[in-house]
Design a protein. Structure first.
Lengths: 532, 615
């Protein structure tokens, strides 16, 4: 009886799904939520229950693939859909890696090792139980590199096209991965050079030889260019089309990446950095070269990967590309801390290298022992990094999980949502979901809400008396209040603009206030229906 | 005058002694006349043979078609025998049988005449080609009728002689009526339903094609027959291989054709090559007659009978085929030189149920112009990815027009080609599956001439699309039965592959027009007509569908290492518009003249076509 049989793997995968679900539901009970999953919940509600122009929400919500992945589970529950998706998705990731390991290595120890990582690595548990899109990033990343390495070996179009499709997936799971293409440009030249049928073995001389022969030069240029096209045309065209769709439907090419209505992390990244850098205890952001060192500490198995591929320059270069990529991200997005998934990709890549090359190691016993030690180290540093992350959500995860006390992303929002749920169904509420999406995520019925995706939002903003009964306003204490029109200033300005209009505070939390729209003269509410 | 033709030819230096021995040995073995082998197996040119005869004092009748004939005399002759011995008794005159002959020394024929008519032959020497023309014309009626009606008689449900069955007509008109009623009652909802159905269909069809391409590309390194296996092939053990070459007005290509056939790596005596010329095709006939070097094919003249289609010609030629295996090449085809040996090896490896092997097709003139580049992209994706994909998933394979290799007996049992179907190859592929047979794909390529002229291209494509429609209609006469025969997987594959192709091309320009109006003119009425999710689905399909199809084309030429063509894949949406024009033409013809064969002109390419020698 071999554990590497497909059935056994499927059973382990199912067990992992159950394990992750227990973790997810446990966290859910402790009111652990993060912005990303709340964002998906809210947008899914708009897509399935909203009234008005849902096309934009449907097509331009980003990241697209993780958002659609939650749709599979919305019939179960809107609130649980993201975590269900991530729990199942992480187990699928395990299955994909384990299946490859089983096929190549036929040694249960490696699968056991993988299982240990998937059971105990805090980063993997975070991936599975948080409802974030990390699981899809890891799946696409793994498939991309797996097929790339397979292509190096077999030179078949199949693998390069699957790699390209995986890259599309990766980009639509996290747009930042589009920069990964940049570092493949020189690498592909190296790959093409390697594939030319030349007597010379040394890369630099091969290059010299091919550039000095017209036919070889033509062949090299054609093949390199073709490989670029096969590899990158699909992702780049997909991005181009997506941007054009953004332009036609939102009049902004980068709407999906820059609008708080389209993606969750624009404001969150900005705020978390502002918050930390203006804090009394100033926290030094990651320093460029130290970042790679941090990665090596986080996933020391990557050194083994480099060692295993030491005989092939472009294999090593391929492994080094993610290092260049994160260093680049750090320069490009200098005000954003590097999220946990950018560390996790190295762990996945390292294991992939082990899967591909472990057979070539002679001293298997020692090698497996080394891998075990490295896995345990990775688990420790995984925990350490998560616990001390510069990103609040990541820190929160460990605090809720272990100390049962996070910073409470959700409590305020749940309170407001509960209040709104208690209102009669025919009331209309003005909400700006640029920052209030967590509230909308917890409401039972979003139909009474008037939000920016609807055509009458601007009219309701200017004449709330004619359109709504309640307005949800961000308090001055709410750190995001500067990013919405519905803040304290709005109440003051609208009072000035419409003299007969007033607002009565009916419910308040630290971050939010619910106002009821009333008249100055009578103190009573406007006859919304009559006034319209 | 008593003379031995072999002696004459050897004395004149047109044959060597060893060639003579070789011919005589093969004549003994096959029953063919000496002169037939000499003239059709590349030993001597017709002009040289005529020269020898004239030098020896013989007179050659240049106009045998004007000779009178007596039907009673003809009735005693069997057409295959006349073919084998190159003779034709015409009438009885002055107590002798006036007999057209190519070689006056054929004792077997003289004995036959004496035995059958009880009198001697009055020999009229004439060209073998003229005898072939006359014998087929005068004796071929029974054969040509069989080639047209055999399938209708044997298996009427598989024949496209009836284009639309009654049930299909009822279905089509009921559907049109329902849509019309729906549009009148609720224009909006009906439009939404139609849009959603079309969008879903498009998306599924494209994803299915992507899936097939990926499945196919996965096996791109798979060698159905390896070089090692090929090296082990023993020439003596090879069976007779029939090659049918249906041509019509291909006079310019005859020389190329001979060159390509001569390059085939297969024992000369084991090739049974038949050039099928239509009765009225004087151009090709004269081109063959005027050849000044030896030909390596036998000419068969197909008597006039409607429909004048390639499958009818092939069915006619099939009746005279002698091989164990059979293949079809077009006049301009350049097969890999080792293709026949590879096929024989693969047939020996495959289980009995495999009755056909399809080779990949590609183009030698790919860089000639835009059209040939696009055609190459399309063929690369079709034959390198789609068909292997279908093969892997065990879905019926629509055969390509040429280079499909059959087991001859099984092909005959299957009813051969449907002469009423203008894509008889695709139809035969599905029919073979429906009858429980299998088709395999082989790692060997035949290079053809890509159509380089737009009008000619549209003519060819309209025939293909019309044929796809015919094939779809024939096999969908009884969908339940089709499911029973080829299973659900095959049924869905057939619908999305054969059925979807014409529909996609018919609908594509309409959808594109709507999209352009929507984007360019910002037609708000479209937004008010369709709910957001329908619009989303349509836009998603358009974007994803186009990109994926372009990408599939790119990866196909990447595999072939035609790197310079990769960027042309982007022009596919324009190329598809040409498909759409052809689809509408095909649809029109399906209704008004379903059996009309749109002739594709070959030989337009100015590109030199080297032999594809496989080392």
């Amino acid at each position: 009886m071999k554990i590497s049989g497909a059935v056994y793997l499927a059973i382990i995968t199912l067990f992992l799904v159950a394990y992750y679900l227990v973790c997810a539901v446990y966290l859910n009970k402790l009111d652990y939520y993060n912005h990303e999953s709340l964002f998906y919940i809210e947008k899914a509600k708009i897509v399935f229950e909203g009234l008005g122009n849902r096309l934009k929400t449907m097509g331009l919500t980003s990241p697209l693939i993780p958002f659609y992945a939650t749709f599979l589970f919305t019939p179960v529950s809107y609130t649980l859909a993201p975590v269900l998706a991530s729990a199942v998705g992480t187990a699928v990731l395990f299955y994909i890696i384990a299946n490859n390991a089983a096929k190549r290595l036929q040694d249960n120890i490696y699968i056991m090792l993988l299982l240990v990582i998937f059971l105990f690595h805090p980063g993997i548990i975070y991936t599975a139980a948080s409802g974030k899109s990390i699981y899809l990033i890891l799946i696409c990343f793994f498939l991309f590199f797996l097929n790339l390495f397979k292509f190096y070996r077999s030179n078949t179009t199949f693998h390069v096209s699957i790699a390209s499709l995986s890259l599309v997936g990766l980009i639509f799971c996290d747009y930042k991965f589009v920069w990964l293409t940049l570092f493949f440009l020189p690498l592909i030249l190296a790959i093409t050079l390697h594939s030319l049928n030349l007597g010379e073995k040394e890369s630099i001389f091969r290059l010299f030889q091919s550039f000095n022969s017209p036919s070889l030069r033509r062949k090299l240029v054609n093949k390199t260019f073709a490989l670029y096209i096969i590899m990158f045309s699909l992702p780049l065209l997909a991005v181009l089309c997506y941007k054009l769709l953004n332009l036609t439907h939102a009049s902004d090419l980068n709407y999906f990446a820059e609008s708080p209505y389209a993606t969750w992390n624009v404001l969150i990244d900005k705020l978390s950095f502002d918050h930390l850098s203006t804090n009394t205890q100033y926290q030094i952001p990651e320093i460029s070269l130290l970042l790679s060192a941090r990665v090596v500490l986080f996933a020391p198995m990557i050194l083994v990967a480099i060692y295993l591929f030491r005989e092939s320059t472009y294999h090593v270069l391929t492994i080094l590309i993610p290092f260049a990529f994160i260093e680049f991200l750090h320069i490009k997005y200098d005000k954003v801390f590097l999220a946990y998934q950018y560390y996790l990709i190295f762990m996945i890549l390292a294991f992939l290298a082990v899967v591909l090359k472990a057979r070539t190691v002679k001293r298997q016993g020692l090698f497996k022992f080394l891998l075990l030690v490295l896995s345990l180290t990775q688990i420790y540093f995984g925990w350490y990094y998560l616990r001390n992350s510069s990103i609040a959500e990541e820190r929160d995860f460990t605090r809720v999980l272990v100390d049962h006390a996070g910073e409470g992303v959700a409590t305020d929002n749940i309170d407001i949502a509960n209040y709104l749920n208690s209102l009669p169904s025919d009331t209309h509420i003005l909400v700006d979901d640029a920052i209030a999406y967590p509230i909308v995520a917890f409401t039972k019925d979003i139909r009474p809400m008037i939000m920016p995706y609807q055509g009458n939002f601007l009219s309701a903003l200017e004449s709330p008396d004619k359109y709504v009964d309640y307005v949800i306003v961000a308090n001055a204490r709410n750190i995001q209040s500067g990013y919405t029109q519905l803040n304290d200033k709005y109440i003051v300005s609208i009072r000035k603009a419409i003299s007969d209009l007033n607002f009565r505070k009916v419910y308040e939390t630290d971050d939010w206030t619910v106002y009821r729209v009333i008249t100055n003269a009578s103190g009573s509410e406007f006859g919304r229906i009559g006034g319209r | 005058m008593s003379v031995s033709i072999p002696d004459l030819l050897v004395n004149d230096g047109f044959l060597t002694a060893s060639e003579r021995e070789s011919i005589e040995a093969y004549a003994q073995e096959s029953g063919l006349s000496f002169i037939k082998i000499a003239l059709t197996s590349g030993y001597i040119s017709r002009k040289n043979y005529d020269r020898s005869l004239l030098n020896a004092g013989f007179t050659i009748n240049e106009h045998p078609r004007e000779e009178a004939y007596d039907q009673d005399v003809l009735d005693k002759i069997d057409l295959p025998f006349a073919h084998e011995r190159l003779f034709l008794p015409l009438r009885i005159e002055n107590g002798r049988v006036v007999t057209l002959m190519t070689a006056p020394d054929d004792e077997l024929v003289n004995d036959f005449i004496r035995f059958t008519y009880d009198m001697d032959a009055e020999i009229v020497l004439t060209s073998d080609l003229d005898i072939t023309w006359l014998s087929n014309k005068l004796l071929g009626e029974e054969y040509v009728k069989a080639s047209v009606f055999e399938l209708v008689k044997r298996d009427p449900d598989s024949s496209a002689v009836v284009t639309f069955s009654t049930a299909q007509l009822i279905f089509i008109f009921v559907l049109i009526a329902l849509v019309a009623i729906g549009l009148v009652l609720s224009f909006k909802n009906t439009s939404i339903i139609i849009n959603v159905l079309i969008s879903s269909f498009f998306l599924v069809a494209i994803i299915f094609k992507l899936f097939l391409a990926l499945v196919g590309s996965r096996f791109e390194l798979h060698q159905a027959v390896t070089r090692e296996e090929l090296r082990k092939v023993d020439d003596d053990g090879l069976p007779i291989y029939t090659i049918l070459l249906p041509v019509y007005k291909e006079d310019k290509l005859i020389k190329k054709l001979i060159w390509n056939l001569q390059s085939l790596d297969y024992p000369r005596h084991k090739l049974d090559v038949k050039l099928l010329i239509e009765e009225d095709d004087d151009k090709t006939f004269n081109a063959v007659k005027n050849l000044d070097f030896p030909a390596i094919f036998e000419v068969i003249v197909v008597p006039f009978h409607m429909p004048k289609t390639k499958p009818k010609a092939c069915n006619y030629g099939l009746q005279f085929a002698r091989g164990k295996y059979l293949t079809i090449y077009d006049a301009e085809d350049i097969p890999d030189t080792d293709q026949l040996k590879k096929v024989v090896t693969l047939f020996n490896k495959l289980p009995e149920e495999y009755i056909c092997i399809q080779s990949a097709l590609n183009y030698f003139n790919r860089n000639e112009n835009f059209l040939t580049r696009m055609f190459t992209l399309e063929y690369s994706y079709w034959f390198d990815y789609m068909l292997p994909g279908l093969d892997t998933l065990d879905i019926p394979i629509p055969l390509g027009g040429t280079s499909n290799h059959f087991k001859l007996q099984e092909l005959v049992d299957l009813g051969a080609w449907d002469p009423f179907n203008v894509t008889e190859d695709a139809d035969l592929g599905v029919r073979a599956y429906a009858k429980g047979h299998k088709i395999a794909i082989i790692n060997s390529t035949t290079y053809e001439e890509a159509n380089n002229e737009p009008i000619n291209w549209i003519r060819q494509r309209s025939r293909w699309i019309k044929g796809n429609m015919q094939t779809y209609l024939v096999h969908m006469r009884d969908p339940a039965n089709l499911i029973r025969e080829i299973g659900w997987k095959g049924f869905l594959g057939f619908n999305f592959f054969i059925g979807a192709t014409p529909i996609t091309f018919l609908v594509y320009p309409l959808l594109l027009l709507i999209f352009i109006c929507y984007v360019v003119f910002d037609l708000s009425s479209i937004r008010s007509l369709f709910p957001d999710w329908v619009l989303f689905m349509s836009i998603f399909n358009l974007m994803v569908g186009n990109i994926l199809m372009i990408y599939i084309n790119m990866i196909a030429v990447f595999k072939r290492r035609f790197y310079e063509l990769i960027l042309f894949a982007i022009a596919n949406p324009i190329y598809w518009l040409m498909h759409s024009i052809s689809a509408y033409k095909g649809l029109y013809q399906l209704i008004v003249k379903p059996f009309y064969w749109e002739k594709t002109n070959h030989g337009l390419s100015k590109v030199n076509s080297p032999t594809n020698l496989v080392k």
